[in-house]
Design a binder for this molecule. Sequence first.
Ligand code: C5J
Length: 226
Amino acid sequence: MATVPARPAPFAFDPDTTALLVIDMQRDFLEPGGFGETLGNDVGQLRRVIAPTAALLAGCRAAGLRIIHTREGHLPDLSDCPPAKLLRGAPDLRIGDPGPNGRILVRGEYGHDIVDELSPLPGEPVVDKPGKGAFYATDLAELLTGTRSLVVAGVTTEVCVHTTVREANDRGFECLVLADCVGSYFPDFQRVGLEMIAAQGGIFGWVATSTEFLAALPARHLEEIS
Ligand code: C5J
């Protein structure tokens, strides 16, 4: 077992039963012209997550940790998009409308894919999800058979990261959320979102930084892989 100095308490994990889950690092959320910006958000708030997450991916790949990516989006006919999600709010462009990066939040479009800096490598599963939570209407639970701990990165902290970590917690996974590798369009939501996870004795998870996590990956494990 390895141990990370996390909040509210040290997080113990076995690298052999731990997976890194990178949530929705898609152009539609992180680049101009996508779903996030059309809702009125400043995508610059999320882009600070890219560099630490790239370093995290490199470290986890070197350590042989299992890595799974997710993408939020819908079928081209939008049959998997609930009407309330389609019609909610007053965005400039709605889900399915043509935008500068292709149809907004539609699978197969340029904007739906993961940003170049964090491209999945061959063999790293990419889970396409229609909802905010990564377990809803996906095969993520089956992919995680034998996994006990999840290290979580991605966007946005208070929406898809929170929903997924709550779902994972209810399914018995122990979740460590990396504060510098998750991002929100709203600084207050980022702060409070992280506080909510670790409050009440870690009500549904633990919080640490990627530096703390990478420092805790056992050297023995790193040597075995290289
Ligand atoms: C949102 C997400 N914010 N990936 N999606 O709509 O958090």
